[in-house]
Design a protein around this ligand. Sequence first.
Ligand SMILES: [Zn+2]
Length: 93
Amino acid sequence: MAKFFGGGDQQIALEGEKQSLKCPLTLEMIQAPVRGTFCTHFQVFCMRSLYLLQGEKGRWMCPICQKKVFHPIMDMWVYELTSQSSNTEEDEM
Ligand SMILES: [Zn+2]
């Protein structure tokens, strides 16, 4: 599993669509992978980044498809991947 994530670009392919484990907003590893209520894409973004960049106002917009994010939906599958991935890398915190 660790070897799988050993490449420079942390991407996994699923059904032809690429899923990056890096947040499209901050280009950092996603800590809380979410999609918006109306998102139809596979790519997730980081809830934390959205909160930091778009604030507390609660009218978040998906950085990928620009649709409104009413209730961010956590992707547990990606979450598992990111937690496994971060275990294989040095934590810079
Ligand atoms: Zn979206």
